[in-house]
Design a protein around this ligand. Structure first.
Ligand code: NAD
Ligand code: UDP
Length: 313
């Protein structure tokens, strides 16, 4: 795709990598972000390119002039620590923010892609998770501000497609990691890497037997671009089916870092999903997409980035 892309949440972790890739394709990129969890440091290197940053809260409106060919809607706190800190804002971003992003796609005729999440499956009762699974979400628990915001965002996106003819696509992104995650965002990989690099005890929640399936950011961005290029409505899982227990993730990072630190057990978060693994048959069939970067290689690149940036971020 060519032309003008609007990326909400473009100063965040995934969004900034997406901006890089859209610019590399020759698109003009407008990034709209209120910096509640993102940083200008993630996009500083884009100054001087065909890139425009607008500091704004998408739940209040999305004022972008001129033609738009693609709206990639990523704005939302994404780490449990962040949405715990910003509960109402997270709901407003998923609801009003998604509404404004869809309105922009409707008036401009742009392709619209929603960054939804595996959290719509809640603490799943089906493994691996297929898109046909409706999920197991506690509607009033602490995670609900994120899970229900994204479920509402999916419902709104589907309604705009059905009733207003907007060309929409829904991506259900599974845990993604890589350079530019905030070391203090509370998510497992940046937390463990920071702890291991600085010699602090590693905080493992509960028994550490809960699983996640970790996808390197370049792969996730490839999937988002493949969805943007298609007319596929989704929802489509984007994730790496390599499932592992959190305690084994700690071991893998320590092995790669060549250092061992003690483990400090912390209480498991309320409603922490116990198993999570994507079925990616739909992405393979409809988008010709599957992840390519193995866990050890992705972790090696991420460790390298954190080692170089830990004192700066
Ligand atoms: P992030 O926190 O690094 O990025 C989110 C960005 O959105 C930040 O720059 C933040 O400032 C911005 N933002 C939040 N609310 C906003 C608002 N109201 N107006 C404007 N900007 C706003 O998180 P991320 O990991 O890069 O996640 C990006 C998107 O991908 C999110 O929608 C998230 O739900 C989704 N996702 C991410 C993962 C993952 O593992 N990283 C997994 C599933 C889904
Ligand atoms: N986790 C952990 N220690 C930490 C941070 C997270 O053991 O310091 C666990 C967390 O309880 C969850 C898993 O790691 O079971 C993944 O957590 P993360 O916040 O990265 O992602 P999410 O829960 O949103 O999938």
């Amino acid at each position: 795709m060519r032309g003008h892309a609007v990326v909400t949440g473009g100063a965040g972790f995934v969004g900034s990598h997406l901006c890089d890739r859209l610019l590399a394709r020759g698109m003009r990129v407008t990034c709209v972000d209120n910096l509640c969890t993102g940083t200008t440091g993630n996009i500083a290197h884009l100054t001087g390119k065909d890139f425009h940053f607008v500091e704004a809260d998408v739940s209040r409106g999305l004022d972008v002039g001129g033609p738009v060919d693609l709206v990639m809607h990523l704005a939302s706190p994404a780490s449990p620590r962040d949405y715990d800190r910003l509960p109402v804002e997270t709901l407003q971003t998923g609801a009003a923010g998604t509404n404004h992003a869809l309105d922009l796609a409707e008036v401009t005729g742009a392709r619209f892609v929603l960054a939804s999440t595996s959290e719509v499956y809640g603490d799943p009762r089906e493994h691996p998770q297929r898109e046909s699974y409706w999920g197991n979400v506690n509607p009033v628990g602490p995670r609900s501000v994120y899970d229900e915001a994204k479920r509402y965002a999916e419902a709104l996106t589907a309604a705009y497609r059905r009733t207003r003819g907007v060309n929409t696509g829904i991506a259900r992104i599974f845990n993604t990691y890589g350079p530019r995650m905030r070391p203090g965002d509370g998510r497992a990989i940046p937390t463990f890497i920071k702890q291991i690099l600085t010699g602090e005890p590693v905080t493992v929640a509960g028994a550490g037997t809960q699983t996640r399936s970790l996808c390197y950011v370049d792969d996730t961005v490839d999937g988002l671009l493949a969805l943007a290029d298609s007319d596929f409505p989704g929802p489509v899982n984007l994730g790496n089916p390599h499932e592992l227990q959190i305690r084994h993730l700690v071991g893998e990072i320590q092995r790669l870092a060549g250092t061992t630190v003690p483990v400090r057990s912390i209480p498991a978060p309320v409603d922490d999903p116990q198993r999570r693994c994507p079925d990616i048959a739909v992405a393979q069939r409809e988008l010709g997409w599957q992840p390519r970067v193995e866990l050890h290689e992705g972790l090696r690149r991420t460790l390298e980035w954190f080692a170089a940036h830990l004192s700066l971020v």
